[in-house]
Design a protein around this ligand. Structure first.
Ligand code: 3PG
Length: 307
């Protein structure tokens, strides 16, 4: 019988697991759960006899792929797949997919919530400011960026975006002002929200030179990946610019240093939680289960990312 493993160090809500089970068992497969594991050895053991795996930010590297002798497909229930070794998966003949857009609203709502928290001085009771009328720059206009734009407009923010891979017309069709360059957007916007994946091109691309272009009272928000920020340069810049705040849902490598140096201008969620809602878990988890059923039954490879 086809065996599907759900391996999540950060588990889905129970209601989402119930939904995944319904799809997997409904297709005639067996569902195996490995939740909250802390050791890689547990994952290596669990993958030994499975045909498919559903993961979140769980690491699927060459060692995991070597251990998964029957594996045919890995679905990352979420957007970013930098946690999967795509080259090794391809070499092992394993199809890798993601579930784009399924958790985007959850991340976007957290971004806006964190923005309010920051402009209200982390709820310390002192007089803060409002989002209405502020210029927001969305760096990368994918599913999360689009949702942030939609909600921010409801707050009365003036929304801009820059995306090297998205035509300006598509940005403008969403009612957002398209910038011609990264520099133009950072010069224009008091608030910047980061939404690009971690790639060779984007790693450390958010550096002091770029962030320093932002006007006085700048707020940088990261709900994407920590690797895209040059942390040493950002620390140096925040020491130089006392008006700059940085809030993030991705704990920086230098988290303790940020907390210690900037207690009033830095905030990080204790654990990445942008996509951690029942709704997002249901959407992404069930989409992953359906994609696996479609792959085995119809050979459907829509959403494959390692072609
Ligand atoms: C994603 O890439 O989909 C988000 O970063 C969410 O990741 P998570 O599933 O680990 O919460």
């Amino acid at each position: 019988m086809t065996k599907v493993l759900v391996a999540t160090t950060k588990p889905f809500a129970k209601v989402a697991v119930d939904g995944i089970r319904k799809v997997i068992e409904g297709a005639g497969y067996e569902l195996v759960l490995l939740e909250k594991y802390t050791e890689k050895s547990a994952l290596l053991e669990a993958v030994a006899d499975v045909d498919a795996i559903i993961i979140r930010s769980d690491i699927v590297d060459a060692e995991v792929l070597d251990a998964a002798k029957k594996l045919k497909i890995v679905v990352r229930a979420g957007a970013g797949y930098d946690n999967v070794d795509l080259e090794s998966a391809t070499a092992h003949g394993v199809c890798v997919m993601n579930t784009p857009g399924q958790n985007a609203n959850a991340v976007a709502e957290l971004v806006i919530g964190m923005m309010v928290y920051a402009v209200r001085n982390f709820y310390n009771g002192t007089s803060g400011s409002e989002l209405m009328g502020k210029k927001l720059g969305i760096h990368a206009f994918g599913n999360v960026g689009r949702n942030v734009a939609r909600i921010a407009k409801g707050f009365g923010m003036d929304v801009y975006a820059y995306d090297a891979y998205c035509p300006k017309e598509a940005i403008e069709a969403a009612g957002v002002k398209a910038c011609d360059s990264v520099e133009e957007m950072y010069k224009t916007c008091q608030v910047i929200s980061l939404h690009m994946p971690a790639t060779d091109e984007t790693k450390k691309s958010i550096n002091a030179a770029v962030v320093d272009l932002m006007p006085k009272g700048a707020l940088l928000v990261n709900s994407a990946r920590k690797e895209i920020i040059d942390e040493d340069q950002l620390i140096e810049l925040m020491q130089r610019r006392e008006d700059l705040k940085f809030i993030t849902d991705i704990q920086p490598a230098a988290n303790e240093k940020f907390i210690q140096l900037f207690p009033d201008r830095f905030f990080s969620t204790p654990k990445k939680m942008g996509a951690q809602t029942a709704e997002a878990n249901i959407n992404a988890g069930i989409a992953a289960a359906n994609q696996i059923a479609g792959f085995f039954k119809d050979g459907c490879t829509k959403f494959q990312v390692n072609r």
